[in-house]
Design a protein around this ligand. Sequence first.
Ligand SMILES: O=C(O)COP(=O)(O)O
Length: 216
Amino acid sequence: MTYKAILFDLDGTLLDSAVHFHTILNRLAKKHDLKAPSETSVRSWASNGAAVMVEQCLEISANTEQHQSLCDEFLKLYDTEVHESCPLFDGVEALLRKLADKNIPLGIITNKGRRFYQHIEPQISEIAPIAIGITRDDVTEIKPNPEGLEICSKKLSVPPSDCLYIGDHKRDIDAAHNAQMPSAVANWGYLQPGDQPSQWNATHIFESPNDLMQFI
Ligand SMILES: O=C(O)COP(=O)(O)O
């Protein structure tokens, strides 16, 4: 492998956050007498943030008072959940340990807010040091804008062409293209029905964290 730094998306790539999201959405559904969402539906929308999950999984029209108040409740509950634990996908721990063993710098660029990321970072750092973590609060434009990826490349002093950005959403691959950085689809993540990652023009597609680990 020739890449000198590996950069990751968080939700749906390292973090199996749908586990928390499903619990929270079920709690909200019960409290407000709404239809409980299926795990499949939560998994397919989990990479799109709270507003989209409330809209799609609880079937609440966006830009309404009810939508806004359910989003606020969702984020409050998530704030508590992320303190507790952060479920990683199977194989991610071994993958991160291998990066650390090989002294390959690890970066994270997420559209998540720092308010949540700050609780997740120490749990990942226990496995492998994170050279840089960029959240939506650290950029003026979130992905697919390349800003977060460009900041990482500069701070690590590794040119974009020597970094690899891995994510489970088209906006991750688009962000890498916009930064002129090689990219990889995390095909184990939260793909939506109808997604065709083979059409996203990523440099690589990995089926599992273990596949990526073998590549490294
Ligand atoms: O929480 C979000 O909006 C998505 O976060 P991600 O960029 O880590 O997938």
